[in-house]
Design a protein around this ligand. Structure first.
Ligand code: DQA
Length: 147
């Protein structure tokens, strides 16, 4: 099983932008930590990472890597609240999609409470920082093994 961890707009700026919401670590720092944890616990599962600030590139990545046996853990950044294109892509995927946010989007500005893609995902994790990614990976593996 491959789990694709997909990041949208401005998430290349983690560790620099709004640390009070997103923490002090960059994506490049967190990727080996997540991979190390995964290898210890789920050696048969592979993680692949993708980030883009371009909406169409996120759509292409999702569509090009859609396999029913694999899964996506997606943090679309601000695309969450604005992108009909990504929502349409997610709606058409065969693979399971779980949405994750580092910050507690429901406790922030009103416009962050809505997600255009949430209706097409199997769930959302919000506000648990990088712990949310571990929980999300665990959940996707559990759902995969159950089916
Ligand atoms: C975010 C929440 C979004 O509202 C915001 O635009 C982001 C990051 C999060 O991980 O908390 O860029 O997706």
């Amino acid at each position: 099983m491959i789990i694709h961890i997909v990041h949208g707009v401005n998430l290349d700026r983690l560790g620099v932008r709004q640390n009070e919401f997103y923490g002090n670590h960059s994506l490049e720092e967190r990727i080996p930590i997540l991979k190390g944890w995964l290898n210890k616990n789920w050696p048969n599962v592979e993680l692949r990472f993708f980030q883009s600030n371009l909406e169409g590139e996120v759509v292409n990545y999702l569509n090009d890597n859609d396999k029913p046996k694999n899964a996506f853990l997606v943090n679309p950044g601000a695309f969450t609240h604005s992108s009909v294109a990504i929502a349409d892509s997610v709606a058409g995927l065969k693979a399971k999609v779980l949405e994750v946010h580092l910050s507690h989007t429901y406790a922030r500005e009103a416009y962050r409470r809505g997600s255009l893609l949430a209706a097409f995902t199997c769930g959302t994790i919000s506000g648990l920082g990088w712990e949310g990614y571990r929980l999300g990976i665990d959940a996707l593996i559990g759902l995969h093994d159950r089916n």
